[in-house]
Design a protein around this ligand. Structure first.
Ligand code: CTP
Ligand code: MG
Length: 237
């Protein structure tokens, strides 16, 4: 039995602004995707990494990743129109012996390998699925038409990161459900765990890591660059 990690990396990165697809934007001289794959490859649990690349850049990504000695098998395939489709394509390409699947955004380049292992261990030991979560820093309000409707109880809310981990059969079942579901049903589901929740799966939450934040807007790229420089100066990389 093996653990595979799927890396959705096919997004354009609209919120980052015009330029190269987000996964290929660089920090510390290497693309976000290379950092994300490194985090997974350094985890003890991961045997196979499958990258869903932007469909125009599959060959370029294959060449890029072939330049490194990963210590885990790495495969590349074309991603889809949205994140869910990218994950579904990679999932469909996994070998039969894989029984635990992690899904990790290329846009989270600095997730600690220890977090990857903690998620995989939680699935192996005690759960259908596992998500890393962090408390919210800001107060959260529901707003409609520019007016506040209500304030949510921040104590009960968490921001969810990746890697998320799953029993393979359950994630496959969840994606099969999604492939048949209507747009309305899928509208509020923005992660893989959300699909599993829809099927009634037990999703455990474990403490996430600040470093696993997602590069979404230009400021995030500045933060990632600075964090990586600090880790290198501290000898942590
Ligand atoms: N992703 C993907 N396939 C898509 C869309 C997104 O594999 N068709 C991936 C992204 O590459 C990213 C992850 O899903 O690693 C998280 O998505 P997000 O942060 O939204 O990235 P983008 O969709 O690229 O960014 P934006 O929404 O700003 O365009
Ligand atoms: Mg997106």
């Amino acid at each position: 039995m093996r653990t595979a990690a799927i890396v959705p990396a096919a997004g354009r990165g609209e919120r980052l602004g015009p330029g190269t697809p987000k996964a290929l934007r660089t920090i510390g001289g290497a693309p976000l995707l290379v950092h994300a794959v490194r985090a997974l490859a350094r985890a003890r649990a991961v045997d196979l990494i499958v990258v869903a690349a932007p469909s125009d850049d599959v060959l370029a990504v294959e060449r890029l990743l072939a330049d490194f000695e990963w210590g885990a098998e790495v495969r590349v395939l074309p991603g889809g129109e949205d994140r869910r489709e990218s994950v579904a394509r990679a999932l469909a390409a996994l070998p039969a012996e894989v029984d635990v699947v992690l899904v990790h955004d290329a846009a989270r380049p600095l997730a600690p390998p220890e977090l990857v292992d903690a998620v995989a261990a939680a699935v192996r030991e005690r759960a259908d699925a596992c998500v890393p979560v962090v408390p919210l820093a800001d107060t959260v309000k529901e707003v409609a038409g520019g007016t506040v409707v209500r304030t949510l109880d921040r104590q009960q809310l968490r921001a969810v990161q990746t890697p998320q981990g799953f029993r393979r059969f359950l994630l496959a079942k969840a994606h099969a459900w999604a492939a048949e579901a209507g747009e309305q049903e899928l509208a509020t589901i923005t992660d893989d765990a959300g699909l599993v929740e829809k099927l009634g799966g037990c999703v455990v939450a474990i403490p996430g890591a600040e470093e696993a934040f997602k590069v979404t807007r230009p400021l995030d790229l500045v933060v990632a660059e600075a964090l990586l420089a600090k880790q290198r100066a501290d000898g942590a990389r």
